[in-house]
Design a protein around this ligand. Structure first.
Ligand code: ZN
Length: 328
């Protein structure tokens, strides 16, 4: 839609710049914001000013998922404008009680990293690394939060956009679809050049189990493969013109990786950490969390499919195959 203007701002993260979408018209709206970081703020302000827009002018923000590169600056825009912030109900506490969300996850991550077989000092550094992300975001007032869920519609410049829940990269991830133009705002659910990570999450408030991110992600792929999409505008990088081909490639990638991990377990990689070392031998330290998320996502599926089992020994999960696998 020509009323959707892409505003690309830099981030301090390895993923690079993030795409935000501006909707002018009756209700000035910004979809995603970029993180709290001076170059991001400056770039966003400059690009808006070129269109004679200030933060105070916004009526509405839509947050596609609760990752700081997508919502960090929401607090500052809301402070200036009083804008309403729409997002999935699972993102309520991230958006309105931000510091507590990070703090309450610290123990979960520490235990998870220790159970993965990472050395204690590394597990602690990793958990601290998660917490350090807190500086890139902040809370909005609770009364500014409005939930958006599956089946809801949003009016953008008079058109009806459907909300679809696509958990996987984040548990509260929504995409927006407009059926006349067949446009999808896919954010990080579908990215052209990156197989988006099934980022591990702690149990949400009121829940006891962590979500199985890759299980959900594959279901979300199947869901969006059924949607007739002409163009998907993404959260990072260029738009996608053939979403079905891209989804098929992503699913094939994960199926192959499931086989690879099962094979590595057959070869004797017993812990998540050992699997990370075999599958990502040249990993940079900053990417370790994403690598753990990737492996744990696949282990969840292998376990559900009955292909592997685990037992806990001294707080560390040790995996083994349930069927005979030829070591290679
Ligand atoms: Zn992102």
């Amino acid at each position: 839609m020509d009323y959707l203007k892409t505003i690309t701002v830099p981030t301090p993260f390895p993923v690079g710049p993030v795409n935000c979408y501006l909707v002018e018209g009756d209700e000035l709206t910004l979809i995603d914001t970029g993180p709290i970081d001076p170059p991001t703020l400056e770039s966003l302000r400059d690009q808006l000013r070129a269109r004679r827009i200030e933060f105070k002018d916004f009526k509405r923000l839509i947050i596609t998922h609760a990752h700081v590169d997508h919502f960090g600056l929401a607090a500052q825009i809301v402070a200036a404008s009083g804008a309403r912030v729409y997002s999935h109900p699972r993102n309520r506490w991230w958006l309105t009680d931000y510091d507590n969300e990070w703090n309450s996850r610290h123990e979960f991550f520490l235990e998870l990293f220790a159970a993965s077989g990472a050395p204690r000092a590394l597990a602690e550094a990793l958990a601290q690394g998660r917490k350090n992300f807190a500086r890139y975001g902040a809370s909005i007032p609770a009364e500014n939060f409005f939930p958006l869920d599956e089946g809801d519609t949003l009016a953008l410049n008079g058109d009806r956009w459907n909300v679809l829940c696509c958990p996987g990269h984040a548990s509260g991830l929504i995409v927006l679809y407009e059926s006349k133009s067949r446009e999808l705002l896919s954010n990080d659910h579908l990215l052209l050049n990156i197989s988006s990570n099934p980022v591990i999450e702690a149990p949400a408030r009121g829940e006891t189990a962590r979500p199985r991110m890759l299980v959900d992600y594959l279901a979300s792929f199947e869901k969006t493969a059924r949607v007739d999409v002409r163009i998907a505008r993404t959260g990072h990088g260029a738009p996608i013109h053939d979403t079905r081909a891209l989804i098929a490639a992503r699913i094939a990638f994960h199926r192959a990786r499931l086989d690879r991990i099962e094979q590595e377990i057959g070869n004797g990689a017993a812990t998540v950490f050992e699997m990370v070392q075999r599958i990502f031998p040249r990993l940079k330290p900053n990417d370790l969390f994403l690598a753990l998320s990737e492996i744990i996502g696949h282990l969840d599926i292998l376990e559900l499919d009955g292909r592997i089992q685990f037992e806990e020994q001294a707080g560390i999960k040790k995996y083994s195959p349930t069927r005979a696998i030829q070591p290679v």
